[in-house]
Design a protein around this ligand. Sequence first.
Ligand code: MTE
Ligand code: MO
Length: 392
Amino acid sequence: MTERRLTGVAARIDARIPRPEDFRSDLRGPGTAARAGTWLGVAFGVCFLTGLYSHLLQDPVARIPLPTGPARLYQVTQGVHVAAGTAAVPLLLVKLWSVFPRLFERPPRQPRRLVLHLLEKGSIALLVGAAVFQLVTGLANSAQWYPWSFGFRQAHFALAWVAVGSILLHVAVKLPAVRAALGAPLDRAPAAPGAPSRRTLLRLTGLSAVVAVVATTAAEVPGLRRLAVLAVRSGDGPQGVPVNRSAVAAGVAGVLEDPAWRLRVVGPDRTVELSLDDLRAMPQHEAVLPIACVEGWSASGTWGGVPLRDVVALVGATAEADVVVRSLQSRGAYRASTVPARWVAHEDSLLALTLAGEPLHPDHGYPCRLIAPARPGVLQTKWLREVEVVGA
Ligand SMILES: Nc1nc2c(c(=O)[nH]1)N[C@H]1C(S)=C(S)[C@@H](COP(=O)(O)O)O[C@H]1N2
Ligand SMILES: [Mo]
């Protein structure tokens, strides 16, 4: 069927808008788009699964039991999450660059084809919007920059489903084209002398992804610290562990040295109050555990203190009970956390009194903090004042 021709002003505007054929770079094409897209899909898949795990740790679902070990599990999955998200940035840029001339395709005028066209473009707009949102908010979060008023985690989690859903739809629609593109040779003919080939472009893209990952995450790998030029954390901090929020920033600095400090332990049978000397007099346990922040940085330390299970046993807790720990901090989202029963039972879940063999530095949670294996840093509550047995 022939399309009706545009006339008058419409025709003049149309003549000024470029057409897909006007973009002539030979580096574009289905081969480039399909390869960058495949890597991008893998990166988003990795981000989705590791992100889901991080979210479930922070908002547990009773029917989904999560592992309490190995101790470094969350450190690894969250490191991979941030690394895959960082690698996705150059991949997404190249992928968008390789297909953007198609933005200038003229919509068909025949109604049925127009509807299909709008559906396809609409799903791609959703995909691109969600993908860009995820990468921008994720990177800003790992740089500790929160220039928005919505809750980061809720928005990042909700949009993750939109991104993954629209990626699956996109893959389903494009599968035949992707398979054809991956089956054909990438470069049709040797590139003109001096001109880059598509293979060179893709190699550079892969290299940028690797450089981006190393520059942001090398800090976590012993010996590679100096390569981490984009890492937010210096890796330094008192007792060899960086500090997320200092005692001064949390507004607790003034009360930490109070000799009247007691840890209130509230249980089904009774409530007890323990002084620092009481806690020090209980059997002590040491464990090497990482602080693994959701922002991607992590650092291991040797923590010493009293197993949480020994303390809640004093107030009649059962093995099925969860425990809530609360800090001296009066404001801030991280001032309390829940320790699920499976973690309470673990002997390495500590009410820590020491780090690297010394009393906790004020910024690491003096007089007493929670530290437990395979848990996001945000749940390792500092400056405790109360431990309450809840449920079961
Ligand atoms: N009371 C309290 N505990 C807290 C926080 C906080 O802001 N307040 N920050 C948490 C976060 S986000 C992390 S990553 C770890 C960092 O512990 P560190 O500062 O000892 O390295 O502490 C956690 N515990
Ligand atoms: Mo954190």
